[in-house]
Ligand binder design. Structure first.
Ligand code: COA
Length: 389
């Protein structure tokens, strides 16, 4: 008998500071409409030095863990492209912080913004053959491009945590998916560099080409067409990129369905507009945003396009379950986004330079106003000091 497997719970965390895109545009001498309409971003998460990918992942995972599912987690798959060690996996720090049982596999996965999708698919395959096991999948990143660079407007950060189980509450994944890999230099970060090298326009074109390729292959594999989808969710490092992808396939839909897909896209980008780029978590924040703000019902099929520069693309799908709204804490997520504090451009620029550099001396960090449950207190003997309050 085939086991229904997929996403049972979704959690999200972003730090408590943000920058208004109007303020950034004015400081850089740009028209704010370029940022809000041309790029499609309204706010950008600002990451204090006391948060990194591990603490953000722990803060996101805490939302979806109970005493019961902690015991059932047999694997932690941590997708990130802003890891904190060349050898030790972020997943090991995370499993310890969350006090998961020791009989857990804990592994970091890297392929640019595709890491969390690789984790999700590997987790689903594992649970199909071990139906009582649960897998914690993380997408956690800090998107940094450099002050006054073209990519500055597409920064951000945060973490998504997913629990992958049999008979999931949110989304049962379809077994078929299509994927595509090519060796492309559109975005990369050589060892030792803290900011990525990127050709943003080329990257957007590769992303759009990959979407066309995997969408076509998926349709051939499954005999499904656009009419089978209530919504499409995209990797959206900036929301205009997803809109461009959607526009590529809209002509395949009837006028009525075009409206449905456009409304779903609006819902799927609402939260991302407030947070900015999450790299590998972007698609999953978008999926969460779609579930929170969209008009979906049980049985609806959702298509997801994942893209990681370098490059890997995948299109997969899943069917929404009757109790999907119980798989995330809508009120807590609304409060998380609403209770953040806006920082000035000067404060953002100061925070940008205050984070623990990767090769520097040991240092204690001032916790300041960071009230998150998990935080980074500094580095001692070249070891990161994680704390839980
Ligand atoms: N009002 C409304 N829209 C405006 C505008 C204004 N005053 N001025 C410009 N725009 C529009 C442009 O027409 C363009 O829209 P289009 O893409 O639909 O043509 C958009 O704003 C961006 O303008 P552009 O001049 O192309 O911006 P840019 O040279 O500053 O670069 C990115 C934008 C996205 C390429 C850049 O921010 C970047 O490289 N980001 C990183 C992207 C990335 O990380 N990719 C890899 C991850 S998958």
């Amino acid at each position: 008998m085939t086991v229904a497997v997929g996403i049972d719970r979704l959690g999200f965390y972003t730090p408590s500071l943000y920058l208004e895109m109007t303020d950034l545009a004015e400081a850089r001498g740009d028209d704010p409409a370029k940022y809000h309409i041309g790029i499609g971003q309204d706010k950008q998460a600002v990451i204090p030095p006391t948060q990194d990918v591990v603490t953000m992942a722990a803060n996101a995972a805490e939302q979806i863990l109970t005493a019961e599912n902690r015991q059932a987690i047999k694997m932690v798959l941590f997708g990130t492209e802003s890891g904190v060690d060349n050898s030790k996996a972020t997943a090991v720090y995370l499993a310890h912080l969350l006090q998961l049982p020791a009989d857990t596999r804990a592994i970091e996965i890297k392929q640019a913004c595709y890491g969390a999708t690789a984790g999700l698919q590997l987790a689903a395959d594992y649970v199909r053959s071990h139906p009582t096991a649960q897998v914690l999948v993380i997408g956690s990143d800090i998107a940094r491009y450099g002050l006054r660079s073209a990519g500055e407007v597409t920064q951000g950060g945060g973490a998504v945590a997913m629990l992958v189980t049999a008979d999931p509450q949110i989304l049962v994944l379809d077994a078929e998916s299509s994927y595509h890999t090519e060796d492309v230099m559109d975005f990369w970060r050589p060892l030792g560099r803290t900011e990525a090298l990127v050709d943003g326009k080329y990257s957007t074109n590769v992303y759009l080409d990959f979407f066309k390729t995997v969408w076509r292959t998926y349709q051939q594999q499954t005999d499904r067409a656009i009419a089978d989808f209530a919504a499409l969710a995209f990797h959206i490092p900036f929301t205009k990129m997803g809109l461009k992808a959607l526009r590529q396939v809209l002509p395949e839909a009837t006028p009525e369905q075009q409206e449905t897909l456009q409304a779903a896209f609006e819902a799927s980008q609402r939260d991302n507009r407030q947070v900015g780029n999450l790299y590998t978590g972007s698609l999953y924040l978008s999926l969460l945003s779609l579930l929170r703000h969209g008009d979906l019902v049980a049985g609806d099929r959702i298509g997801c396009f994942s893209y990681g520069s370098g490059a890997e693309g995948e299109f997969y799908s899943g069917v929404l379950q009757p109790n999907y709204r119980q798989g995330f804490d809508d009120a807590a997520l609304t409060a998380l986004l609403a209770n953040r504090r806006a920082v000035s451009v000067a404060e953002y620029e100061a925070l940008y330079t205050q984070r623990l550099d990767l090769q520097g001396a040991d240092r204690q960090l001032a916790v300041g106003t960071d009230s998150a449950a998990y935080y980074l207190a500094g580095r001692q003997h070249q070891q990161r000091q994680y704390r839980h309050r």
